[in-house]
Design a binder for this molecule. Structure first.
Ligand SMILES: Cc1cc2nc3c(=O)[nH]c(=O)nc-3n(C[C@H](O)[C@H](O)[C@H](O)COP(=O)(O)OP(=O)(O)OC[C@H]3O[C@@H](n4cnc5c(N)ncnc54)[C@H](O)[C@@H]3O)c2cc1C
Length: 382
């Protein structure tokens, strides 16, 4: 048992923190206000090797683990969650690396780390959110092609992506409900593809989110990820395992960032002739916030470490995702409270953190779905 980060991990965290602290603060408020993806920032992050750190070296990445990816995400979200989501421009590459053919990996992974392409993963539909088995987007095989029809909702990078992994019904006739699906890579310049950017999000407004439509979109059969058919559901579950840890690290990051801001503020602000940090009520709040952050981080790191050591544990992953999401919301809420009225206006970054934190309780599986997973593993099928 060793709780010490390796020198390499410490170095990665330091580099990620320095990049985020050097680049994000100046632009974060503006990109949040404009609800715009920070393209130049993404390019810089690619040049420095931050995008797709888990992608193997032969496909253009650094060949690090998902724990290291989570650490970079945490450092980025600590400084600004909206800007931090530039790391999601490779969302779905995990699945290509795990299940794709050699040709697919060579074709689609290097452009992501080099700043030449952005991708995303489209699972959610207007009538199929938590219940992903009820998706309706149909990929019908016609000769050497799939013809895709359907709609996807709330897709990260949907209006800026060069390609998307799309979770489709490929074998609606299959007996097993888990064998009806395929994951198909769709280039977004194909005829019949449409994306509409969603505006007015509560938080992470620098992160692009879009509605997608597929009207007779034809893609070659080689765009099905993997060599076996009917494997889409298990592929997507594995992607969730990884990305729930990454979402958990977002919760840890936003919580740590909010705590940092609260500590700074209570050491400056005076009321009743003393620093508000000198009130025991404030000290208890700070102590509780720091403890929650530490607990969420420990669970997140453990879940990530286990993935990297081929001991994937969906129960632990769901625990990390649920706890870190809730800690993000709780700590941001308390941190805003400690800022009083100033926390409620956009001049102070805590207002943005409070809005940004909520998403971790929703995407990559809502907190209720995480609890379902935990309970199912503990109780079995009742
Ligand atoms: C900013 C943003 C980015 C996103 N990015 C992506 C993306 O890149 N790709 C993608 O595919 N999706 C993405 N999503 C979609 C996201 O994953 C879904 O919103 C989420 O899974 C919930 O689905 P839903 O919104 O349809 O809610 P619903 O599933 O309708 O849930 C509504 C409520 O009912 C509860 N509920 C549902 N079922 C149960 C149950 N069995 N037991 C208890 N409670 C239940 C939920 O927990 C929730 O509180 C994104 C969403 C947002 C907001």
């Amino acid at each position: 048992m060793d709780f010490e980060l390796t020198n390499r991990q410490k170095q990665i965290c330091t580099l990620a923190r320095e990049f985020a602290e050097g680049e994000f603060p100046e632009i974060a408020r503006e990109y949040d206000r404009r609800e715009e993806f920070p393209r130049d920032l993404w390019k810089k992050a690619c040049e420095l090797g931050f995008i797709g750190v888990f992608i193997k070296k032969e496909y253009g990445g650094l060949g690090l683990g998902f724990l290291e990816f989570a650490m970079v995400m945490e450092e980025f979200w600590r400084v600004d969650p909206g800007c931090g989501n530039i790391l999601l421009t490779s969302f779905g590459s995990e699945l290509i690396q795990l299940y794709g053919t050699e040709e697919q990996k060579m074709k689609y992974l290097p452009p992501l780390t080099k700043g030449k392409a952005i991708m995303g993963t489209a699972i959610t539909e207007p009538d199929a959110g938590s219940d992903i088995l009820s998706i309706l987007t149909l990929a019908k095989r016609e000769g050497d092609h799939y013809v895709i029809n359907g709609a996807k909702q709330f897709i990260t990078n949907g209006s800026i992506a060069n390609y998307l992994l799309v979770f489709c019904l490929t074998h609606p006739e299959a007996e097993s409900r888990f064998k009806k699906f395929g994951t198909i890579l769709v280039e977004t310049d194909r005829p019949g593809f449409g994306a509409t950017k969603l505006t007015g999000k509560l938080g992470i407004r620098a992160s692009d989110t879009a509605e997608i439509r597929f009207s007779d979109v034809r893609v070659p059969k080689e765009n099905l990820i993997g060599e076996k058919e009917g494997e889409g559901f298990s592929q997507i579950m594995q992607l969730f395992n990884i990305n729930r840890v990454i979402a958990a690290s977002q919760g840890v990051g936003v919580a740590q960032g909010a705590l940092d801001k609260a500590i700074q503020y209570v050491k400056k602000r005076k009321q009743f002739g003393q620093l508000i940090g000198a009130f025991q009520a404030t000290q208890f709040k700070i102590a509780e916030m720091a403890t929650w952050v530490e607990a969420a981080r420990a669970l997140t790191y453990k879940a990530g470490w286990m993935i990297d050591h081929e001991k994937v544990d969906p129960k632990l992953i769901s625990m990390a995702k649920w706890l870190a999401g809730e800690v993000g919301v709780k700590v941001a809420n308390e941190a805003l409270q400690l800022h009083g009225g100033y926390g409620y206006i956009a001049d102070y970054d805590i207002e943005r953190f409070y809005r940004d934190a909520k998403i971790v309780e929703i995407y990559e599986g809502t907190k209720e779905i995480e609890k379902n997973t935990i309970a199912r593993e503990l109780l079995g099928k009742l």
